[in-house]
Design a protein around this ligand. Structure first.
Ligand SMILES: C[S@@+](CC[C@H](N)C(=O)[O-])C[C@H]1O[C@@H](n2cnc3c(N)ncnc32)[C@H](O)[C@@H]1O
Length: 261
């Protein structure tokens, strides 16, 4: 939802953020230059966007169970799949950035919190076909449509876990020796976001990337992002306004980068 505070934060970010010029960190310069700003068209984008187009015209109506930031609102609402596709999914520009990030970091495992209809999951799996992808969704009927999406795309290495993140994330983290790539795209509340971050910490390593969506969505999310940045294990963050990237590279002075996207 657009509000005055959000627009102000966006404009401030545009004023303060850099593009690739003037970046003195070779790691961040390379990431921005070759991954974040690599807008070249790719065949895979068309494959996934064709599936999004089908979801956009899907007139089936499903019952929504909301376990996230909107759960205090009217729960168990009926929604058209096409309306969910239009309103709840990452737009192509961001979803394709996630694809490039996963393709660049070559994770062995990926955890996604917030499958919804499965569009970002498709991008992530296609970016890292060898990776084991765990994606979690709290709404059973939404998860059902995502499962169809995966079948349509011929994906077989995605594990869709239905239920509350609170119940399923600790087990998924425990089952892995380390976490390579985590995308948090659901339940945008301060305490929940900080909890997911804390749960990930014991398994992060030199090359882990944690990605938090909607870091300016509310005052609570801004506070969560500020606390994540300040955590002693975090060394580099990249704030793209829409999402924030968190790295744990050792032997570095803590640095936070604001990048225009
Ligand atoms: C923004 S959507 C995800 C969009 C998806 N990543 C994409 O762009 O293709 C967030 C999803 O997280 C789910 N969700 C929110 N809070 C949750 C929770 N606590 N446990 C499980 N699922 C949750 C919602 O049901 C919703 O489908």
């Amino acid at each position: 939802m657009l509000n005055f505070r959000f627009v102000k934060d966006y404009l401030l970010h545009r004023l303060r953020a850099k593009n690739r010029h003037g970046l003195h960190s070779p790691f961040v310069y390379k990431l921005v230059d070759t991954v974040i700003y690599n807008y070249a068209d790719q065949k895979v984008y068309h494959e996934v966007e064709n599936i999004r187009q089908k979801l956009l015209v899907d007139n089936r109506v499903i019952s929504i169970t909301d376990l996230g930031a909107g759960s205090h609102l009217n729960n168990n609402r009926q929604k058209r799949v096409g309306d969910i596709a239009a309103n709840a999914l990452k737009q192509p520009k961001l979803a394709q950035l996630l694809y490039r990030l996963a393709a660049n970091f070559k994770p062995r495992n990926i955890i996604e919190l917030g499958t919804c209809l499965g569009i970002t999951t498709l991008y992530l799996q296609k970016a890292a076909p060898e990776a084991h992808v765990y994606t979690m969704e709290g709404c059973p009927q939404t998860a059902g449509v995502a499962q169809e999406t995966f079948a349509q795309a011929g994906l077989n290495s995605v594990e869709l876990i239905t239920g509350n993140f609170d119940d399923n994330l600790p087990g998924a983290i425990n089952s892995l020796d380390q976490l390579d790539f985590v995308f948090v795209d659901g339940n945008h509340q301060k305490d929940a976001t900080l909890k997911y971050f804390e749960w990930c910490l014991p398994k992060v390593h030199e090359d882990t990337v944690l990605i938090f969506d909607d870091i300016y969505w509310s005052e609570g999310m801004k506070e969560a992002w500020a606390q994540i940045k300040e955590h002693p294990h975090v060394t580099v963050t990249v704030d793209l306004f829409w999402i924030g990237l968190v790295f744990f590279k050792s032997g570095r002075v803590k640095e936070h980068f604001l990048i225009k996207y």
